[in-house]
Write a protein that binds this ligand. Structure first.
Ligand code: KIV
Ligand code: ZN
Length: 524
């Protein structure tokens, strides 16, 4: 048996709430961010990047609150290379038991051209901003954005400057997902060999998944000496996303023989976090996603099933329980009580407060009246659906009736609460979904354009719940919405309204106002 405690410790830096939330459409509400942060904290994430405090009042409030509530994790905020960003970041994270400022600037030729700085001017700016951050906070992380496309000599020069100015973590981002495993490892090795002072800091790897290599690139960097992986739950993130936390953590656990590194992550919390992040971000997890996809532990073919029944290791390299997936799938019916529901939810990884359990119980009973058997996936969909609706939502669906069929026009009668005031209307359309969405538009006129409308059955059977995912776009802003119901049209309207509520939150987020051109970067 290997002594794991002797293995090098790799720090897990989770950026679901910053890089993940930056993904178009993944906007989370304040309460959702607090919930995810508390789950990450409980799971053993070493550093939580809670947001970009200067980006909006909402980001600032979330980072401040998460800093106050964190119990174990270091709380980090992002800041561009100017004093105003850094001061605002410090104002938010300073409440944490263990705060960190993460400041960055694009160092590759393409990124240097944006603020139009010469190499010397940028080097000076890195020195000034890291020094400024270090004067505020003992724990400073610095990132040369687009490091993987930065000239090696210049990268060594600026990393050395950041270390001398007091950064204790140097993050090497593959901002555009351009690198490959061997190159990712070589870059870390080159920096460790060439930069004076490199042995006194932690090197981090931050990979994007544009070429599908984010996990492999991060693990290769660790093999070369990086000791912090930046990642997100479900690989959430801009474009093709970031390195997925669950993938790197489980890879080091399952293949510890060839990747002998340890983390502080309680892997049994992975599945619950994956579900919660999917629910609050509105980003469904693809069925065949590694580790957390619906099919990751399913064995459909006869040969596989036979093998698994004889010996699970025939086709399974990890146990579902290792990630907190309990597949007993015992069904619940309308006679099941509150205690049975509590125990089932806890088995599924949801430790609900009494009021949450009460709400869920009411909805579970309503579902059980409509559906013979309530499966695990139904319950998970109910919890996810609960997360998409809030008593404070600007728009709320109150009543819906739809007439459809082969005869006559398709009609919808809808009552929607808009900022607390109920409005009712009738609308027709080309099919029941179109009629219902036209009714929403009649009550709450908007220019948002429907980019995606997707329906999935949660379980088998004609009485199955439908989960509907919607993506809306308005002036470049994207918002997604989700809902589940045994009535597909009800789920569709609720998902549409959920997306509209998120769009309203997104509209309220102001554009970052700090100076990016670099002229007045010292002005506080
Ligand atoms: O991808 C990137 O370069 C980033 C930086 C801000 C670290 O997210
Ligand atoms: Zn990134």
């Amino acid at each position: 048996m290997t002594d794991k405690s002797a293995q090098p410790r790799v720090m897990i830096f989770d950026t679901t709430l910053r890089d993940g939330e930056q993904s178009p459409g993944a906007t989370m509400t304040h309460e959702e961010k607090l919930e995810i942060a508390s789950l990450l904290d409980e799971m053993g994430v070493d550093i939580i990047e809670a947001g970009f405090p200067i980006a909006s009042e909402g980001d600032f409030a979330a980072v401040t609150e998460i800093s106050k509530l964190s119990k174990n994790s270091t709380i980090c905020g992002l800041a561009r290379a100017n004093f105003k960003d850094i001061d605002r970041c410090w104002e938010a994270v300073r409440h944490a038991r263990s705060p960190r400022i993460h400041t960055f600037i694009g160092t590759s030729p393409l990124h240097r051209a944006i603020p139009n700085l010469t190499m010397d001017e940028m080097a000076q700016r890195i020195h000034d901003t890291v020094t400024h951050a270090r004067n505020l906070c003992d724990n400073v992380q610095w990132s040369p954005m687009d490091a993987t496309r930065t000239e090696h000599d210049y990268l060594c020069r600026v990393v050395e400057i950041a270390i001398k100015a007091g950064a204790s973590t140097i993050n090497i981002p593959d901002t555009v997902g351009y690198t490959a495993p061997r190159e990712s490892a070589d870059l870390i090795r080159m920096l460790l060999e060439r930069v004076p002072g490199a042995d006194g800091v932690i090197f981090a790897t931050h990979c994007h998944n544009d070429l599908g290599m984010a996990t492999a690139n991060a693990l290769a960097a660790v093999d070369a000496g990086a000791r912090q992986i930046e990642c997100t739950i479900n690989g959430l993130g801009e474009r093709a996303g970031n390195t997925a936390l669950e993938e790197v953590v489980m890879a080091m656990k399952v293949r510890n023989d060839i990747m002998p590194y340890r983390t502080g992550i309680d892997t049994t919390k992975i599945m619950n976090l994956s579900r919660r992040v999917s629910a609050v971000s509105g980003f469904a997890v693809q069925f065949n996603k590694a580790i957390v996809g619906k099919n990751a532990f399913l064995h459909e073919s006869g040969i596989h099933q036979d093998g698994v029944l004889k010996n699970v290791e025939t086709f399974e390299i990890m146990r579902p329980e290792d990630i907190g997936l309990h597949q007993k799938n015992l069904t619940m019916g309308k006679h099941s009580g509150r205690a049975a529901l509590r125990s089932k939810m806890s088995e599924l990884g949801f430790d609900l407060a009494d009021n949450q359990l009460n709400d869920l119980f009411v909805r579970f009973k309503a579902l059980a009246d409509r559906k013979k058997e309530v499966y695990d996936d139904d319950l998970i969909a109910l919890v996810a659906d609960e997360a998409t609706q809030d008593a404070h939502d600007f728009l709320q669906v109150k009543r819906l009736r739809v007439i459809c069929g082969t005869e006559g026009p398709q009609e919808a009668e809808l009552t929607l609460s808009v900022d607390g005031v109920e409005h009712a209307t009738d609308a027709t359309g080309d099919g029941p979904v179109d009629a219902a969405f036209n009714a929403v538009r009649a009550i709450f006129p908007h220019e948002a354009h429907l980019q995606l409308y997707q329906v999935h059955a949660v379980t088998a059977g004609t009485d199955a719940q439908a989960t509907v995912s919607i993506r809306l776009e308005e002036d470049g802003r994207i918002a997604t919405g989700q809902s589940a119901d045994t009535d597909t049209i009800v789920a569709s309207v609720k998902a549409y309204v959920n997306a509209l509520n998120r769009l309203i939150v997104r509209r309220q987020k102001t554009a970052p106002d700090a100076d990016v051109k670099g002229v007045n970067y010292k002005d506080a």
